[in-house]
Design a binder for this molecule. Structure first.
Ligand SMILES: NC(=O)c1ccc[n+]([C@@H]2O[C@H](COP(=O)([O-])OP(=O)(O)OC[C@H]3O[C@@H](n4cnc5c(N)ncnc54)[C@H](OP(=O)(O)O)[C@@H]3O)[C@@H](O)[C@H]2O)c1
Length: 239
């Protein structure tokens, strides 16, 4: 595919890293110069151009500005009716994007997570899109929605990532204080936890860790108030 990127920020850069190995011709916008230059230096199929030149040399356009920047970035540009527009902007409704990219039609939303740079990211697609599937589906988990409202509880639930990482980081600090080796502590815990989460369903994995009176069961019971706190927090995020 001939892919253009308008707004080569944090998430667009991660997406480009994730798809650059798939043989596309990718043109990224010159602004956000540090990211654009780094991508062009890293991948021979990535080049840098001004915004309109990005559009003129691509068929699929990824929009990676923030929602607040989109009007100023996109209003001066001329889109073609045959452009396939993919918005990475989680903070701008699709009908607003549609107005900005006309005469291109039917933009889709693709919401990735930074781990998309190396693959294995969940990716929200709204609506379901063969372009999104073709771009990122081989190495990531595409979760498609017919209606943006269906994304709301997923957007809240994805925030579990931060407290989950903080939980592991806290255990890592605790272990490092007792062993004097922070690198080994983190490697131990991340290997244990990341791979155990891939081993089967969470319910089965939890059941397997249920030895009565064992370390796991005792710590899990001790943490019980925290799980209720998590549910309350998710309720608040969903609004
Ligand atoms: N970060 C995430 O993990 C994540 C995940 C999923 C979705 N999103 C969504 O992705 C969108 C972007 O987020 P982000 O974190 O990647 O933001 P970001 O790092 O601030 O990226 C926005 C980029 O747009 C560029 N830009 C601004 N005006 C421009 C213009 N006129 N022409 C070309 N480029 C322009 C900025 O360049 P300058 O730096 O030069 O100003 C910046 O590099 C947001 O809507 C966010 O909700 C983010």
């Amino acid at each position: 595919m001939r892919i253009g990127v308008i707004g080569t920020g944090t998430i667009a850069t991660a997406v480009v890293r994730g798809i650059a190995g798939d043989g596309h011709q990718i043109t990224v916008s010159a602004r956000s110069a540090a990211n654009s230059r780094a991508l062009a230096a890293e991948f021979e199929n990535v080049c840098v151009a001004e915004n309109q030149a990005v559009l003129d040399t691509c068929d699929v356009v990824l929009i990676g500005t923030t929602g607040a920047q989109a009007d100023a970035a996109l209003e001066p540009l001329s889109f073609r009716p045959d452009h396939i527009v993919v918005s990475l902007m989680g903070d701008l409704p699709l009908d607003h994007v549609a107005r900005l990219v006309a005469p291109a039609e039917n933009p889709v939303m693709l919401i990735p997570f930074p781990v998309i740079a190396t693959g294995g990211s969940p990716v929200f697609s709204c609506p379901p899109s063969p372009t999104v599937q073709a771009l990122v589906g081989a190495r990531n988990l595409v979760i498609a929605f017919d209606d943006p409202a269906q994304m709301v509880p997923f957007m809240a639930a994805q925030a579990t990532l931060s407290p989950a990482l903080k939980l592991v980081a806290t255990a890592g600090e605790w272990l490092a204080e007792r062993t004097g080796d922070a690198t080994r502590a983190e490697a131990f815990l991340t290997t244990l936890i990341a791979n155990s989460m891939k081993a089967g369903s969470l319910a089965d994995s939890l059941a397997a860790l249920d030895t009565p009176g064992g370390y796991n069961q005792r710590l899990r019971d001790h943490m019980e108030p925290g799980y209720h706190l998590l549910r309350d927090g998710l309720d608040k995020l969903q609004g």
